[in-house]
Design a protein around this ligand. Structure first.
Ligand code: FAD
Length: 409
């Protein structure tokens, strides 16, 4: 049975929900998390960025993550035919964490949620938020594990429902994304990689030999297991019969270097697909609510920014809401939406430059300037809010100039 009232209600126990609830609890607030599924549950988004570690540390979850046995990650590698580019995150320009993990999200999200519970957060699984009535006290309708509707009132709702996008749907906040509709097809594999030069501590991004806006990820998750997926506009998949296994098998067998790396790989479950995941909203906050992580905006998976943005939003929102609940005047616009947008816009600049190939030309350039490489590396490591980095403060102009220089050489 749900209580009639909770000071704060968080919708969803993914990374943003667990982190924000732990941060608010630590500041003395009563927080109830409503999660519609049971954990562990599958989720996509397995390669973390070092910047996210700062927010896990802030939420007192670091030890739980570090002792869970996840695959260590220290960088990202890119390949396009014979061309290769590699970034070691420890070489980045910005101060802060230089390493992180590649994680099965079922386990990772459970580690974070369990840690929040151990810190005193009340999490109710199999409780799905179905309706919201805004007002001085927000009223929520919740479907309980028996399928019965229950009501709860709260001072503030944090929507951390990810692609569930509960409040954007209920409050008509959805806005179209600037990006074309892309689709991803993915599975986990027993990779059977024997190549001694393959670096399991890095995500490997491979560009399609013919279509440079199509790319594949290979994310080692443990000694033998990897996540393998493709991202492309929907039209690319029309080259195939509709059998998702055929898509991934063809890519695996015909693309350098995957054809040799994954020669003996076996799919661990039938490939799944997700389409049209890029999304935006008209506003990230309103009377009695704010949107976190993917419930707000999602750009694109190429630079693995999703979880980092989710936990950064959790950290910012917890700070603003704490002050609001103790009676301070706060501005969700200048203290939450604008600071969050700064980093999201840096990633947007990188994502746009990836798909129109400016960033690919930079990444694959021979003999890059080491100082500039450190600045690019910083953004790839998630430090998209560090305005001391010229590739953050003047992203578009810097990328344009650098790409044209790389194209001349
Ligand atoms: P989520 O992790 O989605 O959690 C939301 C939770 O809310 C879920 O547990 C859900 O069950 C619950 N919920 C939903 N609706 C309701 C409801 N009505 N009531 C109660 N609970 C509800 N990110 C990375 O960082 N690295 C990557 O490598 C990466 N790869 C990606 C690849 C693809 C193809 C895609 C599409 C995304 C990728 N992402 C990646 C993004 C990543 O998946 C998300 O950004 C991240 O999971 C967002 O976290 P979140 O906390 O906002 O939401």
């Amino acid at each position: 049975m749900l209580p009639n009232f909770s000071d704060v209600v968080v919708i969803g126990a993914g990374p943003s929900g667990s982190v924000v609830s732990a941060l608010l609890k630590a500041q003395g607030h009563q927080v109830l998390v409503l999660e519609k599924s049971t954990f562990p549950r599958f989720s996509i988004g397995e390669s973390l960025l070092p910047q996210s570690m700062q927010f896990l540390e802030q939420a007192n979850m670091l030890e739980a993550v570090q002792t869970a046995g996840f695959q260590f990650k220290d960088g990202a590698a890119f390949v396009y035919g014979e061309q290769y580019g590699q970034f070691n995150f420890e070489d980045k320009f910005s101060p802060g964490w230089g390493t992180t993990y590649q994680v099965e999200r079922g386990s990772f999200d459970k580690v974070l949620a369990d840690s929040a519970e151990q810190q005193g957060v009340d999490i109710r699984y199999q409780y799905e938020v179905t309706e919201m009535e805004p007002g001085e006290k927000v009223k929520l309708t919740v479907k309980d594990p028996d399928g019965q509707a229950q009501k709860i009132e709260t001072n503030f709702v944090l929507d951390a429902s990810g692609f569930g996008r509960v409040l954007p749907r209920l409050l008509d906040l959805e806005a179209p994304s600037d990006f074309p509709v892309r689709q991803s097809v993915f599975t986990h594999i027993e990779d059977n990689i024997t190549d001694p030069n393959f670096d399991r501590n890095k995500i490997l991004i491979t560009v399609h030999p013919e279509y440079r806006n199509v790319w594949f990820w290979l994310i080692p998750l443990s000694e033998k297991k990897s996540s393998f997926g493709v991202v492309a506009e929907e039209s690319f998949f029309e080259n195939y019969s509709g059998d998702l296994s055929e898509v991934l098998k063809d890519i695996k067998d015909s693309t350098v270097p995957l054809s040799s790396l994954l020669r003996d790989a076996e799919f661990l479950f039938p490939p799944r697909k997700i389409t049209g995941y890029s999304c935006d909203v008209k506003s990230l906050y309103g009377e009695g609510y704010a949107l976190l992580g993917n419930a707000g905006e999602f750009l694109d998976p190429v630079f693995s920014s999703g979880v980092t943005i989710a936990v950064k939003s959790a950290s910012l929102a917890a700070g603003v809401l704490h002050r609001q609940l103790k009676g301070d005047q706060v501005s969700w616009q200048t203290e939450y939406a604008e600071p969050l947008k700064q980093g999201v816009d840096t990633f947007r600049c990188f994502v746009e430059a990836w798909y129109d190939c400016r960033l690919q030309d930079i990444i694959f350039a021979e003999n890059p300037n080491p100082e500039i490489k450190r600045m690019i590396c910083s953004v790839l490591a998630g430090y998209a809010w560090d305005s001391d980095n010229p590739y953050v403060s003047e992203c578009k102009r810097r990328i344009n100039v650098l790409a044209s220089l790389c194209r001349k050489t």
